[in-house]
Write a protein that binds this ligand. Structure first.
Ligand code: ZN
Length: 308
């Protein structure tokens, strides 16, 4: 039976990301878990990742696709490959639908790509919110996942923008006064933020030291602002960590398969070190976990319990 809310609407989980590969590095096991339960899963990817570089040097070796290419040829090939990598990653995770919001990658902070009129960074704000509202009204998610309001650790202009459009889109999607031409209003019930989880990083760091004798997470990683007190939600994902590793590997141009940062621990070792993904409930129309308690279901308060 398809899981549904109290109105009988099938459960849908929508996640907003900036670039192809962000869906692999942030929340993939959570999405895979809900997809496997029969929840409809929608990925909104705001840009095409046009400014990305090749992060997997082995692809420049003889016989590999980037061998002998000029920097311009490399960029051109990346632009060709990234949509294919995204499609494969989405298939691994189990997205039912992938929507490209249609903006151009704005590049790293203070790079020339920031000023490209087609970039996400330069997009008209209300227009960008409207594009997301249209997707929300059509797909009717009860739960939306987006980026944190505090991104000091990685202030990429497109990542900041993902946050900035998601909160107003959550509100405006249900408001008939906004964008009447973009479909019937639909009010999502919960908005969650991704979080840089210090306790997760610490657990992974300690496991790497214990099992491999070395960890790529240096001091600077632990100097990032600690947001763990904001975590409201821990999704058990030990059976779905294959989605993270599989989706990361699908982004072959973006992820070096020998990099300990990504692959220092096997899925099994990661499950033993830290079997959760952490989230912050930022907005809820259906209640919140009591103070000091952590919920284990994004659809808590929404889902109709299935009778045995
Ligand atoms: Zn990104």
């Amino acid at each position: 039976m398809v899981p549904a809310d109290s109105q009988g609407v099938p459960l849908c989980l929508l996640t907003v990301h900036a670039h192809p590969d962000d869906e692999a590095s942030k929340g993939a096991p959570t999405l895979a878990r809900y997809h496997s339960e029969g929840v409809r899963t929608v990925l909104v990817c705001c840009t095409g990742g046009e400014e990305g570089d090749l992060h997997n040097p082995s692809l420049r070796e003889p016989g590999q696709p980037f061998h002998g290419l000029t920097p311009e040829e490399e960029k051109a090939l990346l632009r060709e490959l990234r949509p294919q990598e995204l499609a494969r990653s989405a298939e691994v995770i189990g997205f039912d639908e992938v929507v490209m919001l249609g903006y151009r990658d704005s590049g790293m902070p203070d790079s020339p790509a920031n000023s490209d009129p087609a970039s996400f960074f330069q997009a008209d704000f209300d227009e960008a919110v409207g594009r997301l509202v249209e997707v929300i009204r059509r797909t009717r998610p009860q739960v939306i996942l987006t980026y944190n309001d505090d991104q000091q650790g990685y202030p990429h202009p497109d990542h900041l923008r993902v946050h900035d459009i998601s909160a107003p889109a959550f509100e405006r999607a249900g408001d008939p006064a906004w964008y009447p031409e973009l479909g019937s209003p639909w009010q999502p019930s919960k908005l969650y933020y991704t979080v840089w989880s210090r306790r997760r990083l610490l657990a992974v760091h300690e496991a790497l030291l214990a099992l491999r004798g070395a960890s790529p997470f240096e001091e600077a990683w632990f100097e990032r602002p600690d947001q763990d007190h904001r975590i409201t939600t821990q999704i058990p994902v030990s059976d779905h960590l294959w989605a993270r590793s599989g989706a990361l590997r699908a982004h072959a141009t973006q992820v070096d398969p020998t990099e300990a940062f990504w692959f220092g621990l096997s899925d099994q070792e990661l499950a033993e070190a830290y079997p959760y993904e952490d989230w912050i409930l930022a907005r809820s129309l259906v209640g919140e976990p009591p103070p000091g308690e952590v919920e284990d279901d994004l659809f808590a308060g929404i889902r109709v319990p299935v009778r045995q």
